[in-house]
Design a protein around this ligand. Structure first.
Ligand SMILES: NC(=O)c1ccc[n+]([C@@H]2O[C@H](COP(=O)([O-])OP(=O)(O)OC[C@H]3O[C@@H](n4cnc5c(N)ncnc54)[C@H](O)[C@@H]3O)[C@@H](O)[C@H]2O)c1
Ligand SMILES: Cc1c(CN(C)C(=O)CCc2cnc3c(c2)CCC(=O)N3)oc2ccccc12
Length: 258
């Protein structure tokens, strides 16, 4: 019996079994939570349905976070099957690939900035708005996934860092507004992990290796470690924590390494 027994968790952002959202879903399920998943686009449907089966759930819903209609449809379905929501996990980001190489001043475009902020930051507000009544009913918790690039100028992360800064400020504003409804809002800030979103990044492998050597714990973090912290922060054990960004990065962010 786990510390999430009886909790109902909607996880947005599973693409495959390397996803950070998958690590979060797996650890929450291991602590007794009931899981619902969403998938982005038909091509991810079958893979996410297989993962849902593994996690013992049949609630698998289509969701593109740029569509307010799809967001509404997801929570209408959650209302029908669950009648409330204890945990909402947002593990979604995207910027046009060409934004993530070279100097920010050269790579940044008006459209790329808008896309990155819509998908990687505004979508947290949009999902929380969509799930608000259900979260309020169960005094639920909201969780998102950030990165060091929100606070430091990480080479090549560019507009994604600016979007993550917006995401982390969103965590604070939502926490401030929703605390009176008993809804807590937090973020985990994960160290670099080899996922689909990381696959498209130049020199990601060498960045991972360098990070591991420069990290106090001398190793990269895993999606299970990020999942454990997310599960804790969404549980009653973290009832006194809201508006916080918790690093799960082996201590990398506290060092002076370049
Ligand atoms: N991998 C890392 O090194 C790392 C480190 C810190 C934070 N993060 C963050 O973790 C989160 C998850 O990324 P990941 O590394 O697990 O990669 P991933 O590719 O497995 O997950 C990204 C998810 O975002 C979804 N997504 C993108 N655009 C969407 C849209 N318009 N509508 C709905 N879903 C959409 C994708 O379908 C995918 O499921 C992201 O917020 C990312 O910024 C990743
Ligand atoms: C770490 C790290 C990451 C992983 N991370 C924290 C991320 O947040 C990745 C987010 C991401 C957003 N949009 C896209 C891609 C990844 C690649 C494919 C694509 O077309 N668009 O990405 C980097 C980019 C540059 C430098 C470091 C990093």
């Amino acid at each position: 019996m786990g510390f999430l027994d009886g909790k109902k968790a909607l996880i947005v952002g599973v693409a495959n079994n390397k996803s950070i959202a998958y690590g979060i879903a797996k650890q929450m399920q291991a602590q007794g939570a009931e899981i619902a998943l969403t998938f982005q686009g038909e091509k991810l449907k079958s893979r996410v349905e297989k993962i849902a089966e593994e996690l013992g759930t049949s609630i698998v819903l289509p969701l593109d976070v740029t569509s307010d209609e799809e967001i509404t449809a997801v929570f209408t379905e959650i209302e029908k099957v669950w009648g409330g929501l204890d945990i909402l996990v947002h593990s979604v980001a995207f910027a046009p690939r060409e934004e993530l190489e070279g100097r920010m001043i050269d790579a940044s475009t008006r459209q790329g900035f808008a896309i990155a902020h819509d998908i990687s930051a505004y979508s947290l507000t949009a999902l929380t708005k969509g799930g608000y009544e259900l979260l309020k009913k169960n005094k639920g918790a909201v969780m998102t996934v950030s990165y060091l690039g929100a606070e430091r100028a990480v080479p090549n992360y560019n507009v994604m860092g600016i979007a993550k800064a917006s995401l982390e400020a969103t965590v604070r504003y939502l926490a401030a507004d929703l605390g009176q409804d008993g809804i807590r809002v937090n973020a985990v800030s994960a160290g670099p992990i080899r996922t689909l979103a990381a696959a498209g990044i130049k020199d990601f492998r060498s960045m991972l290796e360098k990070a591991a050597l420069a990290t106090p714990l001398r190793q990269n973090v895993t999606i299970e470690e990020v999942g454990n912290t997310a599960a804790f922060l969404c549980s009653d054990l973290a009832s006194g924590i809201t508006g916080e960004v918790t690093y799960v990065d082996g201590g990398y962010n506290i060092t002076a390494s370049t």
